[in-house]
Design a protein. Sequence first.
Length: 369
Amino acid sequence: MRLETIELRNYRNYSSLSLELNPNINLLFGSNAQGKTNLLESVAFIAAGRSFRTRNEGELILWGENNCTASARVCNRMGRETLKVSFDAGSRNKIFSVNGLTMNRSNYAGRLVTVLFTPEDLSIVKGSPAVRRKFFDDEISKISPVYEYELGRLQQIIRQRNNLLKKFRQKVLGSQELASWNEQLAILSAKILIKRVTAIRRIGLLARLSHRNLTGRDESLEILYQSFLPLDDGILDAQVIQDALLAGLEEKKHEEARLGQTLLGPHRDDIVFNINGRNARLYASQGQQRTLVLALKLAELEFIKGETGEYPVLLFDDVFSELDERRRRLLVETIDGRIQTFITGTEAEKLRQFKESGKMFKVREGEVV
């Protein structure tokens, strides 16, 4: 999939913008706080209808205006489509349209998919289990709106169950209401766990190959899923998972009632990255962690291609300069001619080496030339 054009109106610091894009590599350079990241964000906003920088969508609107619009002409497996997302500050309504036809978010989703790499992505390795779960859940949601819905429903069930535990504490144990929530939690957890673990196993194999290429085969990457039940045998059976979770909830019921929290489920799982058998979060250098994240991003590209039949659009926000010459070269060899890529940076000279493969844009105070 590729963007042919992008148009913005009242988006961040862009009052009006219309760009013809390169199908291969688009290089955005300029000083800090000029609008480079805003432009990358708008691509992701068109793709998913949300920002990767803020949950307050009012921040997307140009100061003094009441609404914003981001649209793009896209080539994807369905042909050529014009995708448009509008947001109104007064009504808080977000409107999605394809070729001028308004549709709901679930029908809009998947027409444009992006993979983003920012300096903050080191938190995938260094951060909490919640960060790692979110990373993989977001990637699966890009190709499965059903999975995204199931995640939202899981949070609702956990919230309701926690409220019940907090309100009645020990009195609720053995009640029909708690048993009902347990059953719903077990059924949905099994669905989510099967999809999540299956995807992580595939991404893990792809990341292992990418990591080997990036490190010259000197290091071995392994991605392990740590769950509330053993998964060592590789078998993912919904009924087995449900029974194991229900048994675990029964075992922990007094502790849960005391704490008012649901202590077992996919929302408590973690993903571990090992390099040469050692936990990368604890023992890897920052350079090794950065290479690991890059390998994950390259694996994302192949995973999405395998699921959808086409590569997503790749967004690099101010991280290219942090890669050494060898890794930059390997990366360009991977993406050149296959994957439309947007790269931002403050130093034009470090980007010029890729000018033959793409197009350079100078960004200054909300204008692009």
